[in-house]
Design a protein around this ligand. Structure first.
Ligand SMILES: [Cu+2]
Length: 343
């Protein structure tokens, strides 16, 4: 069957990605997450016999915040309504010539970054258009029946409405909570939920980084790591920022299998607010360590223009894709080529 799958891609994308056949030189037999036996190099993984592919732009995701459809209730409460649709049949090219079957919330991994202010009423219409059962489990404070664990939402159009007050202030993950949980998470059913304080944080250039990994050969070890899904993306496409401007990064660790991840920033230190729940930073550092679903808010400014790495200081992770670059510019009108990178 894998050869049928490859044949289909050969027709649809073989001309665009000629390396796909070269990646298949060393064939091994694997048991997939769902119990199927396949023979593959592990470079093309989890064959799902559909031709859909997925476009995902990590640069667009980085600063894309979804505030929902906003209205005001008679008692003055702000209501924010969202629609989230789960699917589990998309194919994503995670690295040149490497395809992976992603399970998605609203078509992307991670799903949309949902944003509300503390105390807002959040209403999420969840539709499961996948072939498996799924839910949305939000971290945060809410009634038990809104926890997305026991209220399983059936495949093929099942629906559930999650409704709760946004809180506490901070940055929280949301993810599917159907067993086997590891499988539903590593395939991509997660996203970020930001709760802003009523008094607002200081103005800043804000961005979201979800640290994630991909197990492309089903051995419960990650083959690729990334900030925002695509390995090495921000190294090849540096994130442009301005010097002397506050940068705020909402960072969430969703790596499975490996017990820790971390975030090292070059040429600078950042104030770090664990979970984002306090207004006073707990650390001033260039390095934090994060276990599964640990998250927080990093704030920093660059004084000197130039190119600065950020990456996992667990070097295995950075060498497998979890590495990026901030390009700090002192004059936004100056062409990128003229930015002095320093030594
Ligand atoms: Cu699921």
């Amino acid at each position: 069957m894998i050869f049928i799958f490859l044949g289909m891609f050969g027709i649809s994308v073989g001309l665009i990605f000629p390396t796909i056949s070269e990646a298949q030189t060393e064939q091994k037999t694997f048991v997939t997450h769902t119990g199927g036996v396949i023979t593959t190099s592990g470079e093309v993984i989890d064959p799902v016999y559909v031709e859909s592919t997925m476009e995902f732009d990590p640069m667009e995701y980085l600063r894309d915040f979804n505030y929902g459809k906003v209205s005001t209730l008679p008692d003055g409460t702000t209501l924010r309504e969202f629609t989230i649709i789960a699917e589990d049949d998309k194919i994503m090219e995670v690295s040149p010539g490497v395809f992976y079957n992603v399970w998605t919330f609203n078509g992307t991994v991670p799903g949309p970054t949902i944003r509300a202010t503390e105390g807002d009423l959040v209403r999420i219409q969840f539709i499961n258009n996948g072939s498996k059962e799924h839910t949305i489990h939000f971290h945060g404070i809410h009634p038990a029946e809104m926890d997305g664990v026991f209220e399983i939402v059936g495949s093929g159009g099942g629906k559930f409405t999650y409704e709760f007050r946004a809180g506490p202030v901070g940055v929280h993950p949301y993810h599917c909570h159907v067993m086997p949980l590891e499988e539903h998470i590593v395939h991509g059913l997660y996203g970020v939920f930001i709760v802003d304080p009523k008094e607002k944080r200081a103005p800043a250039d804000e961005m979201v980084m979800v640290l994630n990994g991909l197990d492309t050969d089903f051995d419960t070890e990650n083959n690729f790591y990334a900030a925002n899904t695509i390995p090495f993306y921000y190294q090849h496409h540096p994130i442009q920022i301005n010097t002397n401007e506050l940068i705020r990064v909402y960072v969430v660790n969703m790596v499975e299998f490996d017990p820790i991840n971390n975030f090292h920033l070059h040429g600078n230190l950042y104030h770090y607010y664990p979970t984002g729940t306090d207004t006073v930073p707990s650390f001033y550092t260039d390095m934090i360590t994060l276990s599964q679903t640990e998250r927080g808010i990093m704030e920093f400014e660059y004084i000197y223009p130039g190119k600065y790495l950020f990456h996992a200081h667990k070097v295995e992770f950075s060498e497998k894709g979890w590495v990026g670059i901030f390009l700090a510019r002192d004059n936004p009108s100056k062409p990128i080529e003229d930015v002095d990178y320093g030594s």
